[in-house]
Design a protein around this ligand. Structure first.
Ligand code: WAQ
Ligand code: MG
Length: 267
């Protein structure tokens, strides 16, 4: 089949989610051109089938066109690694980072306990940074951030930036893109994440002041409990607008930022 010029410039959101007995296993979000859909569908299917959390009984691949006029271009956040030696110091340092960003101690404690509880959510918790109250319409599912990717040029730049530091893996690349979109939400205060993949121990806190601050240890290897939380300031937050932004507005990250020197924990 011949692909016409207009067709090949059309962009598509392609999303994968995999589950077993209704429980979330893995997901992925990309925005690509028509000619990449074929190969990427295969890549995402393989990824769903080979996930360390186990074999899914349900894999969904969704492909939709993206309105080019609706695309928002954003920079990636700055990156800093806080070199913690173990999970206890990692959690303590992440807690400090969240307090510094303006999240209350109550909200931090409640959210960290929920993240470690093992309830496998497909999306993220939306949390009032003051009270710690949950704000998302469906607390079992959470808010799924969707329709985001890097431009080809930014992907190449990111590869060049991350490779020499041994950080060029899908976890880091995808988390940076997600964090770039999330921090552009009006009312955003901070994000906390650690992976639910048993073979990945790192996590991060993202905030407007400090960018993307990673901690190599936020949970022990082998632990399948993880998740995400977005802390917001309810005085400047509109739930419907935030959901429209996070779930539906297409974002392409077109600029990478700096990697700062490693830090030691301050506590
Ligand atoms: N929208 C909202 N929440 C999501 C999304 C999304 N698109 N994708 C994942 N989550 C939530 C969901 O609850 C997952 O269970 C949880 O986050 C963890 O997702 O070294 O790999 O993809 O700098 O396992 C961060 C550290 C790695 C990277 C994060 O997360 C580094 C990671 P995972
Ligand atoms: Mg995961």
């Amino acid at each position: 089949m011949l692909i016409s010029a207009t067709m090949s410039s059309t962009l598509y959101s392609i999303r994968m989610r995999a589950s077993r007995c209704g429980e979330h296993i893995s997901g992925a979000e990309r925005i690509v051109r028509c000619e990449e859909l074929d190969a990427l569908s295969a890549v995402l299917t393989r990824r769903a089938l080979a996930h360390p959390k186990g074999e899914p009984d349900d894999i969904r691949i969704t492909i939709e066109t993206v309105d080019p006029a609706a695309i928002v271009h954003l920079p990636l956040p700055d990156i800093t690694t806080v070199v913690v030696a173990d999970v206890a110091s990692g959690r303590l340092a992440a807690r400090q980072e969240l307090l510094r960003a303006g999240v209350s101690a109550t909200a931090v404690e409640q959210t960290m306990a929920a993240l470690g509880s093992g309830c496998a959510m497909r999306g993220a918790m939306l949390v009032d940074a003051q009270s710690g109250a949950r704000l998302e319409p469906d607390p079992l599912r959470g808010v799924r951030v969707s329709r985001m990717d890097l431009t080809a040029a930014a992907a190449a730049e990111l590869h060049a930036l991350l490779s020499p530091r041994g950080l060029d893996n899908p976890h880091v690349r995808e988390a940076l893109v997600l964090a770039a979109k999330v921090r552009a939400t009006p009312g955003f205060v901070a994000e906390l994440c650690w992976s639910d993949d048993p073979d990945y121990s790192a996590g991060y806190v993202s905030s407007p002041q400090r960018g993307y601050v990673r901690f190599p240890w936020l949970k022990p290897l082998g632990d399948p409990r993880g998740g995400r939380a977005f802390f917001v300031d309810c005085r400047h937050f509109d739930l419907a607008a935030a959901l429209e932004w996070l779930e539906r507005t297409p974002v392409l990250c077109d600029r990478v930022s700096a990697i700062h020197p490693d830090e030691s924990p301050t506590t």
